[in-house]
Ligand binder design. Structure first.
Ligand code: SDX
Length: 430
């Protein structure tokens, strides 16, 4: 990052100079770290839409041009040529692994897929209809109790083993949450299988018969994990960073990230998209009628899976997923009315002034649930799928934050506009 220019701030007849920094892709920011000490002013930016929280070398997004790159590599090339564990290595360690390095990394992850047997009692205590995101965030947080000797965020050896344990165990945790909800026995991981095949085996396998994974299904899930793997300072990644800045252990930070992702405006949107499509299908609404509802100020409905804080263009991930939708459903011989409705909603919205004016396009969540649905994954499991995919990004950002020379605890300020001095005995009571 280079300091290129100066910005001038004129306040109360004084002129303050603030450095302007520039990133490797030409993005520029006013560095305000000394603003308050210099001027007594702070910035106010609800939702941080105009605020850079940090420098990062992990993911680059150009929202105007619809560009997404992990460590400089275009998402389209990784989607076509890579696999999820290779992408996880790229994000976490900063480079693509050789075949040998990838095998060592994969083997280490494979060794940690099992959960401590006591987790069975943990899941058994949960209600049958417990949302798997609640189960996963609680289970991930509980890892801190099983590995008390691996909680130091500054010990490279403890961090390394915790990273591998999380990558290995989150799929097992998600699968266990699903099995608990349908009253089927947990399936222990089968480490002869690949990462994604093992997950599908734990999700859909039973002790009664052999479970064979459809290669087209495994490939589709691997692709979706790649596309979800990172997205710079999104809500859940920023949560992982903020919680991590208190120097708490990695398990607590990832648990917090899972909870942030659960929200319907964030990762929970993929589940809401399917609910929206099913409602349109089952209530006999037309796509046009629903789009009108999504535009109406009198209706809280939103076109779920549309819009994005950063992309003011088509989300490049949605483009890849839409194509994969047609490919996978075609090869599975699945005819999806939900896909038909989604395509019609997109066509209507993309030619509608309301969406054009607000630059609302399909995002990563718009088509992903249709693939999951066609594979037989229940809507409650869509966001845990997103969490498994996003885990490498969370880990990479957490590691980068701890190595950042600017590391400090995250503590935003505020503009107070509440009651001025009020004495206890003078305070109004109601
Ligand atoms: C993810 O940040 C990331 O990178 C996230 C993510 C990642 O990989 O981590 O990409 C994953 O979270 C994707 C987004 C998933 N969420 C949804 O699909 C939910 C539906 N979309 C939104 O609610 C909304 O678009 C957000 C939350 C995604 C972005 O919201 P912003 O940028 O804060 O915009 P906003 O809510 O202020 O909306 C601006 C205007 C408003 O209308 P006006 O007040 O100007 O009249 O656009 C409207 C909104 O009402 N609007 C929508 C809409 N999204 C925004 N109107 C109808 N349908 C929508 N989907």
């Amino acid at each position: 990052m280079t300091v290129s220019l100066k910005a001038e701030l004129h306040v109360d007849g004084k002129v303050f100079e603030l450095p302007v920094v520039q990133g490797t892709e030409g993005e520029r920011a006013v560095d305000t770290r000394n603003l308050r000490s210099q001027t007594g002013l702070i910035t106010l930016d609800p939702g941080f839409a105009n605020t850079g929280a940090c420098r990062s070398a992990i993911t680059f997004i150009d929202g105007e041009r619809g560009i997404l790159r992990y460590r400089g590599i275009p998402i389209e090339e990784l989607a076509e040529h890579s696999n999820f564990l290779e992408v996880a290595h790229l994000l976490i360690y900063g480079y693509l692994p050789t075949e040998q390095t990838l095998e060592r990394f994969s083997q280490s992850v494979r060794l940690h897929t099992m959960l401590h047997e006591d987790f069975k009692r943990f899941y058994g205590a949960l209600p049958k209809d417990a949302h798997p995101m609640a189960a996963c965030s609680a289970a991930v947080g509980a890892l801190a109790t099983f590995y008390p000797d691996c909680l130091d965020p500054r010990d490279p050896r403890q961090v390394e083993i915790s990273v591998h344990r999380l990558l290995a165990k989150l799929p097992t945790m998600a699968a266990y949450a699903y099995k608990h909800s349908i009253g089927q026995p947990f399936m222990y991981p089968d480490n002869r299988r690949s990462y994604v095949e093992n997950f599908l085996y734990m999700l859909f396998g039973t002790p009664c018969e052999e479970y064979v994974v459809e290669p087209v299904v495994a490939k589709a899930i691997d692709l979706l994990f790649i596309l979800h793997a990172d997205h710079e300072q999104n809500c859940s990644t920023s949560t992982v960073r903020l919680v991590g800045s208190s120097m708490v252990n990695l398990f607590a930070c990832i648990s917090a990230g899972i909870n942030a992702l659960w929200g319907p405006r964030h990762g929970g949107a993929n589940q809401e998209v399917i609910h929206m499509l099913v409602a349109i299908r089952d209530e006999g609404m037309t796509a046009r009628q629903f789009v009108e509802r999504a535009k109406s100020k009198d209706d809280t409905s939103r076109l779920m899976g549309f819009g994005h804080r950063v992309y003011r263009n088509y989300d490049p991930r949605a483009r890849v997923i839409k194509k994969a939708c047609h490919d996978v459903l075609g090869r599975l011989g699945v005819h999806s009315k939900l896909l038909e409705i989604a395509v019609e909603l997109e066509e209507i919205a993309l030619s509608d002034e309301y969406f054009i004016e607000r630059k609302l396009y399909p995002n990563v969540d718009f088509y992903s649930g249709i693939i999951y649905n066609a594979i037989g994954i229940p809507a409650t499991m869509f966001t845990p799928m997103f969490a498994i995919g996003r885990l490498p990004g969370w880990l990479a950002h957490w590691i980068e934050m701890h190595a950042d020379e600017d590391f400090k605890i995250g503590r935003p300020r505020q503009i107070y506009d509440g009651a001025t001095l009020t004495h206890y005995h003078e305070a109004e009571r109601h």
